[in-house]
Design a protein around this ligand. Structure first.
Ligand code: HEC
Length: 130
C-alpha cells in the first residue's frame, strides 16, 4: 500500500510538470487555429507549394512556420516582433497582432509553432538562442 502511494505520487508529479508544458502548447494551438491557420495553413505547413514565389498581387504568400522554411533562423525576440508588428508596414501581408493577442497567447502560439519543428532543428535552435 505504501509503495503504491509513492508510485502514485511520482506519477502525479511527472504529470504535473508535463501538463504545464502541454497546456501552453494546446493553448497555442487554439490561438493558432483561431488567428493564423487561414494564412499559414494546417499545422503551420503553409498553403502554397512554393512560398518563395510571389502571388499574382506581387506579394509573398505566408511561409510555413513548421520548420520547413526560415522561421527557425530567427530568434524568439524576432519572431515575437513579427507577430506583434506583422508585415504590412514592410510591404508584406501579415496583420499585426500586438493589440489582438495577450502576451501569454503570443508566447503560447510561439511555443506551439516550435513544437512542430523536427527535434534536430529544435536542438540547434536552443543551442543558438536560449
Ligand atoms: C493574412 C495572412 C496572415 C495571418 C492571418 C497571419 N500571418 Fe504570419 N505571415 C503572413 C505573411 C504573408 C508573412 C510573410 C511576411 C509578410 O508578408 O508580412 C508572415 C510571416 C510570419 C512570421 C515570420 C516567418 C519567418 O519565417 O520568420 C511569423 C513568425 C508569423 N507570420 C506568425 C504568425 C502567427 C503566430 C499568426 C497568428 C497569430 C500569423 N502569423 C497570422 C501572413 C499571415
Amino acid at each position: 500500500m505504501k509503495l503504491l502511494g509513492i508510485f502514485l505520487l511520482l506519477l502525479l508529479s511527472a504529470c504535473s510538470s508535463n501538463d504545464s508544458e502541454n497546456a501552453d502548447v494546446s493553448t497555442g494551438k487554439a490561438v493558432f487555429e483561431a488567428n493564423c491557420v487561414v494564412c499559414h495553413g494546417k499545422e503551420a505547413g503553409g498553403l502554397v507549394s512554393n512560398w518563395k514565389e510571389k502571388d499574382v498581387d506581387g506579394k509573398f504568400p505566408a511561409p510555413p512556420l513548421d520548420g520547413s522554411a526560415h522561421t527557425w533562423h530567427h530568434s524568439p525576440m524576432q519572431l515575437l516582433k513579427t507577430i506583434n508588428g506583422g508585415g504590412i508596414k514592410m510591404g508584406g501581408q501579415m496583420p499585426a497582432f500586438e493589440a489582438i493577442l495577450t502576451k501569454d497567447e503570443k508566447q503560447a502560439v510561439l511555443d506551439y509553432i516550435m513544437s512542430l519543428w523536427p527535434s534536430e532543428l529544435k536542438t540547434k535552435y536552443d543551442e543558438r538562442f536560449r
